[in-house]
Design a protein around this ligand. Structure first.
Ligand SMILES: O=C(CO)[C@H](O)[C@H](O)COP(=O)(O)O
Length: 287
């Protein structure tokens, strides 16, 4: 961690750069993460996905480029009528959902049980072309990679907390043909995911304790999202838990672009409006 005086000095150096969006002290060159307490916007360089090869003499990007991320709304079907899952899911997709967030719980990692790959496979048989994310709230995510890939999952998001070798599990997910999501419980420091970000397609910052839908949003998780966005402008950052029309602005402003919303969408009388309004808020913060 660099002291604040160093950060301020590097920032003022950056002001000489014609690219006014450059904040050099948090580029990949220095490999120093911005402190969690700093709230910064608009970076142009990322160790995750570089956005330009043109640089100024100071190493800053010459031209500001648009962030390449997109706003995505993924309803969680946790609190839906699971006996009617295919119809409920199709309705969400027809109302504009970008993807489905499927909460898989094993009763060990979290104190709740939901469903596993057989159910996901049945859902895939009914819904052929939607993007499926499974949020694996399980002790041993490695165990379910092959069956979930076979079930037609696109993005396999697992918690790093119980996993000894996150890189190995991530590689196996990729080899199985799925994208990799890395999830953090509220008590897990964001720095713990940093060394794996280059192999991740998405980082999920939980905004409730995982296990149940319908809980209150934890605004104190937003510094994690800000830190990720400031350091990785093109990373897909997902939030999950208590997210809805009342809390979306806070998430979007902090830099989240993949939004999981359960109760607020599934229980809405006008799902289409809720999904579209939330996407609009996220889009308004994407530069
Ligand atoms: O992962 C989850 C709980 O562990 C759920 O996805 C999450 O809680 C979504 O539901 P809601 O929007 O109702 O909070």
């Amino acid at each position: 961690m660099y002291p604040a005086s160093f950060a301020i000095r590097m920032f003022s150096l950056c002001l000489r750069c014609p690219g006014s969006h450059c904040l050099r002290y948090k580029t990949s060159k220095l490999r120093a993460p911005a402190p969690l307490s700093l709230t910064l916007t608009r970076t142009t360089a990322s160790p995750h996905r570089p956005v330009s090869s043109q640089t100024n003499c100071c190493g800053c990007q010459k031209n500001s480029k648009k962030m390449s991320i997109q706003a995505k709304i993924g309803p969680s079907i946790l609190n839906a009528d699971l006996a009617n899952l295919a119809a409920e899911s199709q309705k969400l997709l027809d109302n504009g959902a970008d993807y489905l967030h499927l909460d898989v719980m094993d009763g060990n990692f979290v104190p709740n049980l939901t469903f596993g790959h057989p159910m996901v496979k049945c859902l895939r048989n009914k819904i052929k072309d939607a993007f499926f994310e499974t949020h694996m709230m399980v002790d041993n995510p490695e165990q379910w990679i092959a069956p979930m890939a076979d079930a037609g999952v696109n993005l396999y998001t697992f918690h790093i907390e119980p996993v000894e070798d996150v890189a190995k599990v991530s590689r196996k997910i990729q080899e199985a043909g799925m994208k990799v999501g890395l999830a953090l419980k509220p008590g897990t420091k964001v720095e713990e995911v940093q060394k794996y970000i280059d192999i991740a397609d998405l980082v999920l910052v939980m905004t409730v304790e995982p296990g149940f839908g319908g809980q209150s949003f934890m605004a104190d998780m937003m510094p994690k999202v800000e830190w990720l966005r400031n350091n990785y402008p093109n990373l897909d950052i997902e939030v999950d838990g208590g997210v809805g029309p009342k809390t979306i602005d806070c998430c979007a402003k902090s830099g989240a672009n993949w939004i999981v919303s359960g109760t607020a969408v599934v229980g809405a009388s006008d799902q289409r409006k809720v999904i579209s309004d939330m996407r609009g808020v996220v889009q308004s913060y994407i530069k």
